[in-house]
Design a protein around this ligand. Structure first.
Ligand code: NAD
Length: 378
């Protein structure tokens, strides 16, 4: 029977997807601005992407400023630094090419540039005036889906938190998703980012905010993951598996920005900010424990997911499969391998009640998170 609830799905980002699609950058950028701030990350940007991007944009007469060379996930100070360059150079377009970290940095800059107020103030609730500079997102990892989402995840190093700057006008204006750009990812980053896409698709599917539209994206995305995550890890040069993973990540972003996520992402933020572990790795390691934790609250949907991923329609088999998958991807980490001690678990749980946690199918309290997820994962 048709769902009786009225649902909404919002996706204001135009998407250009496909092998070689980066070649459209110059002409597309020209429609949006004349003076661009191009944002990249560290080594991979300079080695693999800067010359190509520079030539595509300069060919169309677009004036360029650059902001790159910073490390890790973006924090409020990095965003302030990029914003200062953009304001000084009076740019009218922001372009970010990189992983989720670089895209989130660009997205945040596009939202705060020229506005009164610090990034920290906006992150902590000051109202963000409803406008942003046109922003083009070009992912070079296949994991976060940030190229289509309305949030930028930022770290505040002084206050030790990781939070989303979120607004309906923050979605990129254009996402150019070219799987070729992911061919240079080393196997461990392929695994971490692929696990992030897997966790996002699974969490969005069972989220309290899920609906039949977002479910369709999750189901299709998980089919791509089941075909290609291990293959892309084993043979990174095979473009067909890179293609599937880029598509899975894109679909995960489309689903999560509408459905929300769950406990994996709620817990991943405090762990990421305090122990500096790659986001996708944390998500992958927590995932089987969160599935066990939620089991009785969404067993039917987990059985469906298990069928997509393994061919076996048995919800209880899902965490077993996920643990095996981690092994196959060379991951056997537990929280203690990252320096986390039993005394830290209450702090992690306490700081995990973000928007993602509120969408988890089981409404947990702090003690349950510690006893049923974090202690078993320690
Ligand atoms: P990342 O952007 O931090 O990149 C990981 C590493 O991969 C970096 O060292 C980078 O230099 C390297 N790299 C990137 N592309 C490469 C390439 N093609 N070849 C070789 N090396 C390459 O990792 P990520 O997982 O893509 O992003 C993680 C961040 O995204 C986290 O901060 C997370 O919180 C955030 N995130 C945001 C959203 C959102 O919707 N805004 C969703 C999920 C995650």
């Amino acid at each position: 029977m048709a769902e009786e609830k009225i649902r909404e799905f919002h996706l204001p980002t135009r998407i250009i997807f496909g092998v070689g699609s980066l070649s459209t950058l110059g002409k597309e950028a020209k429609k949006l601005g004349e003076k661009a701030l191009v944002i990249g990350g560290r080594k991979s940007f300079e080695t693999h992407f800067k010359p190509k991007v520079e030539s595509l944009l300069e060919k169309e007469g677009i004036k360029l400023s650059f902001f790159y060379g910073w490390e890790g996930e973006p924090d409020t100070e990095i965003v302030e630094e990029g914003r200062r360059i953009g304001e000084k150079e009076k740019v009218d377009l922001i372009i970010a090419i990189g992983g989720g970290s670089v895209i989130d940095c660009g997205k945040a800059i596009s939202g705060v540039i020229g506005k009164k107020g610090s990034v920290e103030e906006f992150l902590e609730g000051k109202e963000l005036p409803p406008s942003s500079l046109p922003f083009i997102a070009i992912p070079t990892t296949a994991g976060t889906g940030s190229e289509v989402t309305n949030n930028a995840v930022l770290i505040n190093k002084k206050k030790i938190y990781k939070k989303s700057l979120r607004a309906p006008f923050l979605n990129p204006k254009l996402a150019i998703v070219d799987p070729v750009l992911t061919l240079t990812l080393p196997p461990h980053i392929t695994a971490y980012t692929g696990l992030d896409a897997l966790a996002q698709l699974m969490e969005a599917y069972v989220s309290l905010g899920s609906n039949p539209i977002t479910d369709s994206f999750c189901i299709k995305g998980l089919k791509f993951i089941s075909q290609s995550l291990k293959k892309a890890f084993e043979n990174g040069e095979d473009i067909s598996h890179r293609y599937n993973m880029s598509l899975a990540a894109l679909l995960s972003g489309m689903a999560l920005t509408n459905a929300g996520l769950g406990a994996v992402h709620g817990l991943a933020h405090p762990i990421g900010v305090r122990w500096g572990i790659p986001h996708g790795l944390i998500c992958g390691v927590l995932l089987p424990y969160v599935v066990r934790f939620n089991m009785e609250y969404c067993k039917k949907k987990y059985a469906e997911l298990c069928q997509i991923l393994t061919g076996i329609k048995d919800a209880y088999h899902l965490p077993i499969f996920l643990t095996q998958l981690l092994w196959d991807l060379g991951i056997n980490d537990r929280l203690r391998n990252w320096g986390i001690k039993e005394k830290d678990l209450a702090w992690i749980a306490e700081n995990s009640f973000s928007g993602s946690m509120l969408k988890n199918p089981r409404r947990p309290n702090k003690d349950e998170l510690v006893k049923e997820i974090l202690v078993p994962c320690l």
